[in-house]
Design a protein around this ligand. Structure first.
Ligand code: COA
Length: 146
């Protein structure tokens, strides 16, 4: 059965951090998992839970210019390729639209080809913004209308 996608709580973030590598491999993104985001943007921070734990999650929010910004999205290593990433984005888009969002946006590091392929499959435009994080620090920017 497909995991149930529901609003996340701070305990979910702690569980993800305890098993961080199963979601992010060797990349250390622990510092981006801010509990404040779950506290302040609860309806756009979503988790897919199953009897065996957290299969995937998305942490995001809607900006004042009506962009649904996805800060983090990941599925657990044993769940990839089953459609959960797409389902999480659909649930996030529904929640963001409910708050007035008219577009979606996400960022990743240059070279994260899996993320670029995933976002392309979901209909995002992909571009590199050369100084997104400052001089000499490009990022890949994904955008899509809602
Ligand atoms: C990126 C990620 C969230 C995708 O999750 P997923 O559950 O495997 O994605 P889905 O099964 O829903 O796939 C949705 C579509 O994306 C495609 N896709 C997903 N990952 C892909 C990859 N690595 N290479 C090529 N295509 C990929 C799938 O083929 C599918 O296409 P389709 O629906 O047209 O058949 C997951 O690989 C992950 O957690 N990666 C590590 C964390 C990360 O990099 N997150 C993104 C940061 S911006």
């Amino acid at each position: 059965m497909a995991p149930h996608i529901v609003p996340a709580d701070v305990t979910d973030i702690q569980q993800v951090l305890a098993d961080h590598d199963r979601y992010w491999g060797g990349r250390d993104l622990r510092g981006l998992h801010l509990p404040a985001l779950v506290h302040e943007f609860g309806s756009t921070c979503l988790v897919a839970r199953d009897e065996d734990g957290i299969r995937g999650y998305v942490i995001g929010f809607v900006t004042p210019d009506r962009t649904g910004y996805v800060h983090l999205i990941a599925t657990r290593d044993d769940t990839r390729g089953t459609g959960l990433g797409r389902a999480l984005y659909t649930a996030f888009a529904d929640a963001a639209r409910g708050q007035g969002a008219v577009r979606l946006k996400a960022i990743t590091t240059v070279g994260n080809e899996g993320s670029a392929a995933f976002h392309r499959s979901l209909g995002f435009e992909v571009r590199v913004e050369e100084e997104y994080n400052g001089p000499g620090q490009p990022r890949v920017v994904f955008t899509r209308d809602l």
